[in-house]
Design a protein around this ligand. Structure first.
Ligand code: CDP
Length: 255
């Protein structure tokens, strides 16, 4: 969040936000499953102006070996922002922000992954931000969760994530860049479909009543995202099912 005088910015016009949304509306969402041939599971997501890809590899052997856990798989999560993903070129390579986002995103997903099924192994999650427009950690978590399911990693549930924010003293869902950078607060949330929260961060300030409203709004956003995550997986696997039912003669004709 950039410390800047927000008084010059008009966040609302005729009751709508700068991109035409209502306060409690998500940005347009697109989810595509299985986009990378060489990953065990993958997902491409667009959340408004964010374009993010997640790739999952594993469970596989841990290198270096001293990282092995005898009772469970370890989960590694690498969040990376491409240098061309933001207005001002980002210096390539890890930095403090990417270490933080990798850590909190891993912790948001780990509680639902059945790591005890795969002792001494590693599940690697790579998240690449191709285009950033605020909420990249939430977009990354959504993509990673679907990519883990696509990789066949046993999980208790999916994880869905989105943020709420405060701009011009109004609580808004899924802030875009202008709202995030010049707003009064940003509150990313991740949760299971049952409403168990696995990520809750806050940047800026909210009163207890506003915090309650923002958490409720973000959770509501997560519920909507969950429906699309689920649908994208069901669509992919029902397509595969129907392909596997192509009559033998037709299948031969394609050889
Ligand atoms: O992306 P997210 O909201 O999870 O994290 P943030 O640190 O609050 O960043 C908010 C937004 O600021 C990013 O999504 C980018 O659009 C922008 N940003 C940037 O332009 N350059 C950076 N080096 C980091 C962030």
């Amino acid at each position: 969040m950039i410390a800047m005088d927000e008084s010059n910015i008009s966040f609302f016009k005729d009751g709508c936000r700068l991109d035409g949304r209502k306060a409690d509306q998500l940005r347009p969402l697109k989810i595509e499953v299985g986009v990378l041939a060489r990953a065990d599971g993958s997902c491409y997501i667009e959340m408004g102006g964010n374009k993010v890809i997640a790739a999952v590899y594993g469970p596989r052997e841990v290198h270096p070996r001293h990282l092995q856990e005898v009772t469970r798989a370890i989960v590694r999560y690498r969040y990376n922002m491409a240098s061309f993903s933001v207005e001002e070129r980002k210096r390539p390579g890890p930095d403090r922000r990417s270490y933080e986002l990798s850590k909190v995103s891993r912790e948001a997903l780990e509680p639902v992954i059945l790591t005890s099924y795969f002792p001494r192994s590693v599940i690697d999650v790579f998240v690449e931000v191709l285009q950033a427009d605020a909420g990249t950690r939430t977009a990354g978590i959504n993509a990673a969760s679907v990519a883990l399911a696509d990789a066949g990693i046993p999980m208790k549930s999916l994880i869905s994530s989105c943020a709420a924010g405060k701009v011009a003293d109004t609580i808004v869902l899924d802030p875009m860049k202008e709202e995030d950078n010049f707003g009064q607060a940003d509150l990313p949330v991740a949760m299971t479909p049952n409403g168990d929260i696995t990520l809750l961060q806050m940047d800026g300030g909210l009163s207890p009543a506003e915090l309650h409203e923002a958490v409720e709004m973000a959770m509501n956003g997560c519920r909507q995202i969950y429906e699309l995550q689920r649908k994208s997986l069901v669509d992919k696997y029902s397509q595969l099912e129907s392909l596997s039912q192509v009559p033998e003669q037709e299948a031969e004709a394609c050889d």
